[in-house]
Design a protein around this ligand. Structure first.
Ligand SMILES: [Ca+2]
Ligand SMILES: [Ca+2]
Ligand SMILES: [Ca+2]
Length: 304
């Protein structure tokens, strides 16, 4: 079994926050909510809106600590920054006030306020499972940030994602671009996350390095590293988007995220490796020839 430990830096910050009574502190935090639809289950913590399970056909696709941790789930989290102070660190939604929430069998929505009531965070999640044993699942998430002050405000939203595709974290490969992430397991199973607008910065890094950025005392700007492959069974990839937005007084910004899990079809659909390479080479050669002919044709037409 692959086991990951809680980073020291985060554990230390918990000591400050909660004293030594980790289990009691965890128990006091608000409960976990579980959503279900067809072959899928999502479990999230109302206190942080962190996700610690996205189970598709019995297989969890996100990082879940072996034992509960006081900061709540570490698989998927939102972190925020507010204003322009270069020294101000990010905060998680655990520091926000939960005004209200509603949920049904497969959907949840919540209203929170933070930064001394200067920012509203509205969240909704809908889970759409797939057919049994299809490996397919969709999650639709909407985040709305509203400036509750009467002056313009700079806001940063971080979406932190630690997928462990197909239930294992080793050997996963991740590619993140400005509005999409793709993470692939050695079995070919895949998780993608897309967002309806371009991030200002992105980052992939090994756990727990990236997560620590959101628990340290400095303001974080992601470094735009976009590709990483885990090279053994014990290293683990994670990724994040960073959106910087200027909100007018009373102004809002809405982010639409879609997260999708899928697995490869039956083995008979996969060509032999040799024939796939041959096919790829032939297709590439045909394409190059076509391009060459096109460029010759356009050159000829320019000359005529
Ligand atoms: Ca991972
Ligand atoms: Ca995996
Ligand atoms: Ca930071």
């Amino acid at each position: 079994m692959q086991i990951r430990s809680l980073p020291l830096q985060i554990a230390t910050s918990l000591l400050v926050s909660f004293g030594l009574s980790f289990p009691a502190a965890y128990a006091q935090s608000t409960g976990l909510v579980e959503l279900n639809d067809d072959n899928s289950t999502v479990r999230l913590n109302l206190d942080t809106l962190g996700v610690d399970a996205w189970i598709v056909d019995g297989v969890n696709q996100v990082f879940t600590p072996q034992t509960p941790v006081p900061v709540g789930p570490l698989g998927e989290r939102y972190f925020l920054n507010f204003g322009t102070d270069p020294m101000s660190p990010e905060v998680g939604l655990g520091s926000f006030t939960l005004d209200s929430f509603t949920f049904s069998e497969n959907a949840l929505s919540a209203y929170l306020r933070g930064f001394d009531n200067a920012l509203e965070f509205r969240y909704s999640l809908e889970l759409q499972g797939g057919e049994l044993n299809s490996g397919s699942s969709h999650r639709f998430e909407t985040v709305t940030l509203k400036n509750l002050t009467d002056t313009a405000q700079q806001v940063s939203l971080f979406s932190y994602l630690d997928f462990d595709v197909a239930g294992t974290f080793g050997f996963d490969s991740v590619l993140i671009q400005k509005n999409s992430l793709q993470q692939v397991d050695v079995t070919g199973a895949k998780v993608t996350a897309t967002v309806d607008q371009a991030a200002d910065f992105v980052q992939v890094d090994l756990y727990p390095k990236l997560l620590q950025e959101f628990f340290n005392s400095s303001r974080t700007t992601l470094n735009n590293n976009s590709v990483l492959t885990s090279t053994d069974a014990l290293t683990d990839v994670s990724a994040a988007f960073q959106f910087n937005r200027l909100l007018a007084p009373g102004g809002e910004v809405v982010f639409q995220f879609v997260k999708k899990a899928e697995k490869p079809g039956p083995a008979k659909d996969i060509p032999e490796p040799g024939s796939a390479i041959a096919l790829g080479s032939a297709a590439l050669a045909a394409l190059l020839l076509k391009k060459y002919r096109l460029s010759q044709a356009s050159r000829n037409s320019e000359l005529n």
